[in-house]
Structures are given as C-alpha cells and as structure tokens.
Design a protein around this ligand. Structure first.
Ligand code: F6P
Length: 335
C-alpha cells in the first residue's frame, strides 16, 4: 500500500515521535510518504518518501519535522476536488492524519467521501478532543507550564507581588486546570467555569493577606476578557485576558501585579517521557488498525488502554472540563 502521513494544526510535542514510530513499523511492508504542511501537502501533492533512518534525528525533538498548517482541504468544492485528484494521481491508499479537531474533521470527511482510507492520531496540547483521555502533547505542555509557573511564583514571593499566568487553551481549560493544581495556584480560571472578576479579586486579596504573594492561572479562552483584538478565527488574542486581569487586580487591591503569558513556550518543548510513550503506543495501534483494514477511526487512550474510536464521533466536538474535574475545581474555589 502507499501511505501518506501528515501533521496538521498547532504543533505539539510528540508529533515527531509518532511519525518516526509509524514509519519504522510501516516501511517494512509498504511505501510510506510524508505529506508536508498538513492537509496542504495532500492538496498540493507535496509528498516525500519517508525513511525512518532519516527521521531518527528528530524523533524525540519538539515541533513537527514534516511541518504543519491549518489548511482545510474541504473549504470549498474546488479544493475538495483538487484533494481527490491528488490522492488519486499519487496513488495514496491510506492517510495517517495526526491532529486536533480541524485536522481530524477533514480526515473524517475524506473517509466519508471515499477519497482514501484514514486512521487518525489525536494531538493537541489543549487536550480537548473527545473520546480520548489524553491527546499527544498535553502532558509535555502541562509540565513546561508547571515549571515556568513555579519560576514566576519564586519571583512573586521575592517581590511580594501578585502574578497572573496565562496559558493556552482556546476552547477548553485543561492546561490551566492542571497547571493551576500542580502549582497550588490561588485562583484557577477556565472557560468552563465563569467566575465574576470581583470573586477573583476577593480570593487573591485573601491569599495575598495570608502569604504576601498570590498566584492566578488563567486559560486564554476565558471570556473575562475584555473586548481586545481577535485573530482571523475570531479568537481572543493571546495575552488579552491575562494582562487585563492583572491590571484590574492591581487597581482594585493596590498590590503590584504582573502578567506572564506563557504562549507558545509550552508548545515547543521536546516531548515528555509520557508523550514519547503515548506517541509510540498511538503509532503502533494506528499501524495495527491499518493492517486490520479498520479505517475511519482514531486511536485513543481510554484509561490505560489504547482503543479505536470512530472518527465521525469526534469530528468538530470539543471535550470540555466537566464532571469530576469541575467538582475538584469547585472545591479549590471554595477553600
Ligand atoms: O490548538 C492549540 C493551540 O495551541 C491553542 O491552545 C492556541 O489558542 C492556538 O493553538 C494558537 O495557535 P497559533 O499557533 O496559530 O497562534
């Protein structure tokens, strides 16, 4: 079979490991190609032959060696036709799509239109894909965010300041929740649990009174914001809510308050051991699904097991913080 692998959407730690591991397994029996720049590469026929030995050097590095884009190949029918033509003319039988909701949404569409047989691998630092407990990159992002937030806290203690740390997480607050819990933050703000600004200020006032520093961790997707500039997708710009919140806190409490926007620093690190192992398990299961002729699926982590779920069940849905995690957050706010 002729297989093309692509990585789409925001980069995430573990992508290179997954590409390398899949190639290593598949190249023995099949022709493996790398589609560069995500779906754009499939659309434009930017395909290069993959050899695992060439990928080894980057296998455990951050980023994605085969590049990425947010190109939607089904934006209009002209594009969809071009995609179909390229897949056919290049003789691609199987596409291994590694990505988040947009990339895997396109994968589901490609499968349902019968353009190719597709297997998906879930990645996003945001951890907001349904039907999997973890996505590739989330663990590393939380580890980096935790380390960086601890550094901010150290400086906050020295200066007797309040700090607001803003982390990525556009639709879902998983990164902020885990980072906030891991660093003992006094306030954790996520889009799934709207909290009045006055309540946030009150909580930080109390915390500052007790320890002469205070820490808030806020997800970029929190709509406390502020009507600041938005990007081309209508999302609030990185730094909007963090900076705005810090300004309000400083004004209300008269305590020096600094905002730190961790931004892309938590996306570019080499993968953690957990993400390397997860990438290896996902790649192996994607290979097994392909060999078994099980297509239109995404491999997923369920508890400690890898399963295959229908791509059509995950496309264009977000997994938000809910249930036991929201209860934990409620308890945190009630302290
Ligand atoms: O989807 C992952 C993500 O890292 C979000 O958390 C963030 O809002 C977005 O990507 C940033 O995208 P970009 O790199 O295009 O600015």
């Amino acid at each position: 079979m002729r297989i093309a692998i692509l990585t789409g959407g925001g980069d995430a730690p573990g992508l290179n490991t997954a590409v390398y591991e899949f190639t290593k397994l598949a190249e023995k029996k099949h022709e493996v190609y790398l589609a560069l720049h995500g779906w754009r590469g499939m659309l434009e026929g930017e395909l290069v032959r993959a050899k695992s030995i060439d990928l080894l050097g980057s296998a455990f590095a951050g980023g994605t060696f085969i590049k990425t884009s947010r190109t939607n190949p089904f934006k209009d029918e002209e594009r969809a036709k071009r995609l179909a033509d390229t897949i056919k003319s290049r003789g691609i039988d199987v596409i291994i799509a590694i990505g988040g909701d947009d990339t895997l949404g396109a994968a589901a569409e490609a499968q349902s239109r019968g353009l190719a047989n597709v297997v998906g691998i879930p990645k996003t630092i945001d951890n907001d894909l349904p039907e999997t407990d973890y996505t590739l990159g989330f663990d590393t992002a939380v580890n980096i965010a935790t380390t960086e937030t601890e550094y901010v806290k150290t400086s906050s203690v020295s200066h007797e300041r309040i700090s607001v740390v803003e982390v990525m997480g556009r639709e879902a607050g998983w990164i902020a929740l885990f980072t906030g819990l891991a660093t003992g933050a006094d306030a954790i703000l996520i889009p799934e649990k709207p909290i009045e600004t006055a309540t946030v200020v009150e909580k930080l006032k109390r915390a500052y009174g007790e320890k002469k520093y205070a820490l808030a961790v806020v997800s970029e997707g929190v709509k406390q914001d502020v009507g600041g500039p938005v990007d081309e997708y209508g999302h609030a710009r990185l730094g909007g809510v963090g900076n705005e919140l810090a300004a309000i806190i400083e004004k209300e409490l008269g305590v020096e308050t600094r905002a730190t926007v961790l931004g892309h620093t938590i996306r570019g690190s080499p993968p953690s051991a957990f993400d390397r192992v997860l990438a290896t398990r996902f790649a192996a299961s994607a290979f097994d699904a392909m060999e078994a002729g099980e297509f239109g699926v995404m491999v997923a982590l369920k508890g400690n097991d890898i399963a295959a779920v229908r791509l059509s069940d995950i496309a264009h849905r977000n997994k938000l913080v809910s249930g036991k995690w929201l209860e934990l957050l409620d308890r945190h706010w009630s302290l």
